[in-house]
Each structure stands twice: as structure tokens, then as C-alpha cells.
Design a binder for this molecule. Structure first.
Ligand code: NAD
Ligand code: TYD
Length: 377
């Protein structure tokens, strides 16, 4: 093998799509998946590629700096794509310490391990890259200035047919960080450490901040898979507040393709925003999910609308996220491949076709956690 790319969090939702893409596309590169296998990590996400000769899995905790140093040294790692994190805002509200530990200390320990190993090499940082996967949530929240959605100024192939924008401002790479949830605060802090390693030690780093992802293998605690699963099981759909919050949705494989492009063609030291100009108010998105699930299960469209249940709002609930990804489009020619309505259809079909994956992951433990979370509200 020529190179070794360490992908942290490769057994999670986005990580598994990145691992699959890299293992398939780069047969001469060893893809090393380092994952602790928390509740969110599942090796079944990768069962189709686990026997490939350029794939290796190591169960390890990124928070352990000595373990990270050993793994990076022993495998002669040449590049890192860092996705491992605690990723769910609601969990961060009940358990902020775990988020600080994994997201901040875990990132720091990977940075330190990469620096230490690469500095021992004769060529040092040449052809090395630490790619940090972050979120648009670090930028805080945008206002909704057009409640029904105004004309969207930009489109991509991911934009919905009825693409609208709920405000005139968007997150750009220069937007000042203003995180509100413990999750986004921990991701913002990890981004700062990545920049500090670049500016202080010259470590070649790239940060990307992506909007909300959806697609196969997403753990059913996040909005889209949770609601698909609940509709299929005739369970209530807990809509926070009035359902007016806006999120900007991107199909996960388009995120993975963006990561591939930026990893290979992006400029070290730079930040790129990733998003498809595809804003949706939660309540409208939920009605679209309901229609799609109803249609694909042979029911009249909208017959599951009665499951919609408005519940107490999430504390500190960010109103609107909207990414401006024109830098990535302009500089590297990235364009999402899938239009939103197609992506939702594909996603719902995947969850319908994989009930055993969902059943296994929504185990008793997970349900208990979920019920407890609501009790504490
Ligand atoms: P996920 O929760 O599905 O997966 C996280 C993975 O990290 C799991 O496999 C888990 O086992 C692993 N992990 C957690 N703690 C670890 C530790 N201490 N050591 C090693 N592995 C550990 O998350 P995701 O949704 O796939 O997100 C991946 C990354 O992308 C995160 O950094 C997240 O902040 C970022 N991101 C996510 C979204 C989104 O919409 N999901 C959007 C933008 C950015
Ligand atoms: P989520 O999928 O948790 O992503 P994030 O909070 O990172 O954007 O939530 C997406 C939106 O859906 C967010 O505005 C919160 C809302 N939401 C609900 O209304 N009900 C739910 O049960 C969940 C999980 C989310």
C-alpha cells in the first residue's frame, strides 16, 4: 500500500460513507478505521467492504493520546480524516462533559499524535494532511426573516424543487463563531485547536463545516430516521416547539464526495463550507417524510399526519441554519449529485428495506435513554 489514511469515527453515520467511498476508490491506499464503537458506531454499516484488503478496523478511543500515537506510528499514517465525535445536540444538553471530552480532548489527542509522528519523518509535513470534519452549528443561529420562505438566491442540484430561503443571510467561512449548544460549543472548540495546530506548529490542516446530513445508516435519534421509524411503528412524532426551525439538508453521499474532493484538492490552512442550498422548515420536512413513507407503504399520502405531536422546545434551539457553499463550488467545482426529493425517497426506501438494522440499533437500552431524556425536560 502507498499511503495510510486514518478515518476516525468510520463506524458512524457519515464516517461509514466516507470509509466505503475511500476503500472502493483508492484500492492502493490502506483505509484505517479507528472507532470506539459507542452507541452510535456500528460495524454492520461496513459489512459490504469489511473484507477488502485495503481496509482495517481498530477499536480505540481517540481521547487516549498514547494509543493514538501508537496507532499512527505503527500504521505509518499519512493522512487523517477526523469524524469521531459525540454528535447529537439533545444528548449534549443532558451530558455536556462527554461532549467536551470526546470532541475537544479527542481532537487534541489526534492532533498531538499526528504532529509527533510526522515530525519524526525526513519529509516531515510534506504530503500530509489532518482533515477535520466540523459542522455549521459552530456559527450559531440565523434569523428567520421571511416566515414563508423567500426566493432562494442560489441553487444547486441538491436544492428542493421548491427551493426557498428563510432569510437573506447565510453562513460563510468568515462568519464569527457563536455556538449555543454544548455540542456546537465542543465542535467550535475542536475547530480552534485544529487552527491553533496549523498556526503554531505548521501542521497541514483543513476544516470543513457542513450542514445537516441525511441518508442511510443514520442513527434513529436524529430527526429524519427517528421520524421514519416512528411512522412505520405508528408512534408519535415529537416536533419541538412549533416546528418552525429551519435546517439546510444535504444527502450524506454528497458530503462524502465533498470530503474526498477537499482531502485531495483542498488547500491546507483553509476552511470550506459544505451545503446544498436546501433549506426546510421542520414541519414542512416532516410532512414530506410522512407523505413519502405513506406512499411507499401503500397508505393514502398524509394519513400519518395525526402522529405529529408538538412537544416542549429544545432548550436554546437554534432557529435557522443556512450554508453558503459557493467557495467550494467556485474553487473546487463541487456540486451535489442528488436533488432533495430524490434523496428523501432513497432514504425512506433504505429504512424500509433494512428493518433488521433499525431493530438492532433501537435496542432496549436506547429506548430507555430516550424516555429518560423526555422525563427530565
Ligand atoms: P455519529 O454519531 O453517527 O458517529 C460518530 C462515530 O464516532 C461513531 O462511530 C462513534 O462510535 C465514534 N466515536 C465517538 N466517540 C469516540 C471516541 N472517543 N473514540 C473513537 N470513536 C468515537 O456522527 P455523524 O453524524 O456521522 O457525524 C460525524 C462527524 O461529522 C462529527 O464530527 C459531526 O460533528 C460531523 N457533522 C455531522 C453532521 C450531521 O448532520 N450528522 C453535519 C455536519 C458535521
Ligand atoms: P437533529 O436531527 O437533532 O439535528 P440538529 O439539531 O443537529 O440540527 O434535529 C433537526 C431539527 O429537528 C432540529 O431543529 C430539532 C428538530 N427535532 C424535532 O423537532 N424533534 C425531534 O425529535 C428531533 C430529534 C429533532
Amino acid at each position: 500500500m502507498n499511503d495510510c489514511i486514518l478515518i476516525s469515527g468510520g463506524a458512524g453515520f457519515i464516517g461509514s460513507h466516507v470509509v466505503r467511498l475511500f476503500v472502493t476508490k483508492y484500492p492502493e491506499t490502506l483505509i484505517l478505521n479507528v472507532d470506539k464503537l459507542t452507541y452510535a458506531g456500528n460495524l454492520k454499516n461496513l459489512s459490504d467492504i469489511e473484507n477488502r484488503k485495503n481496509y482495517k478496523f481498530l477499536k480505540a478511543d481517540i481521547v487516549d493520546p498514547e494509543e493514538m500515537k501508537r496507532i499512527i506510528r505503527e500504521n505509518k499514517v499519512t493522512g487523517i480524516i477526523h469524524l469521531a465525535a459525540e454528535s447529537h445536540v439533545d444528548r449534549s444538553i443532558s451530558d455536556p462533559f462527554t461532549f467536551a471530552k470526546t470532541n475537544v480532548l479527542g481532537t487534541l489527542s489526534l492532533l498531538a499524535a499526528a504532529k509527533e509522528f510526522w515530525e519524526t519523518l525526513p519529509e516531515k509535513y510534506e504530503d500530509k494532511l489532518f482533515y477535520h470534519v466540523s459542522t455549521d452549528e459552530v456559527y450559531g443561529a440565523l434569523e428567520i426573516t421571511t416566515p414563508e420562505g423567500g426566493q432562494a438566491p442560489f441553487r444547486t442540484s441538491a436544492s428542493s424543487e421548491n427551493n426557498v430561503a428563510y432569510g437573506t443571510d447565510f453562513f460563510v467561512e468568515e462568519t464569527k463563531y457563536d455556538p449555543h449548544s454544548p455540542y456546537s460549543a465542543s465542535k467550535a472548540s475542536s475547530d480552534h485547536f485544529v487552527r491553533a495546530y496549523h498556526d503554531t506548529y505548521g501542521l497541514p490542516t483543513i476544516i470543513t463545516n457542513c450542514s445537516n446530513n441525511y441518508g442511510p445508516y443514520q442513527f434513529p435519534e436524529k430527526l429524519i430516521p427517528l421520524f421514519i421509524n416512528n411512522i412505520l411503528n405508528n408512534k408519535p412524532l415529537p416536533v419541538y416547539g412549533k416546528g418552525e426551525n429551519v435546517r439546510d439538508w444535504l444527502y450524506v453521499e454528497d458530503h462524502a464526495r465533498a470530503i474526498d474532493l477537499i482531502f485531495h484538492k483542498g488547500k491546507p490552512g483553509e476552511t470550506y463550507n459544505i451545503g446544498g442550498f436546501n433549506e426546510w422548515r421542520n414541519i414542512d420536512l416532516i410532512k414530506t417524510i410522512i407523505k413519502t413513507v405513506d406512499r411507499l407503504t401503500g397508505k393514502p399520502e398524509g394519513s400519518s399526519n395525526h402522529l405529529i405531536t408538538f412537544v416542549t422546545d429544545r432548550p436554546g434551539h437554534d432557529m435557522r441554519y443556512a450554508i453558503d457553499s459557493r467557495k467550494l463550488q467556485r474553487e473546487l467545482g463541487w456540486e451535489p449529485s442528488l436533488q432533495f426529493e430524490e434523496g428523501i425517497e432513497k432514504t425512506v426506501k433504505w429504512y424500509l428495506d433494512n428493518p433488521e438494522w433499525v431493530n438492532e440499533i433501537t435496542s432496549g437500552n436506547y429506548q430507555q435513554y430516550y424516555e429518560q431524556m423526555y422525563k427530565n425536560r
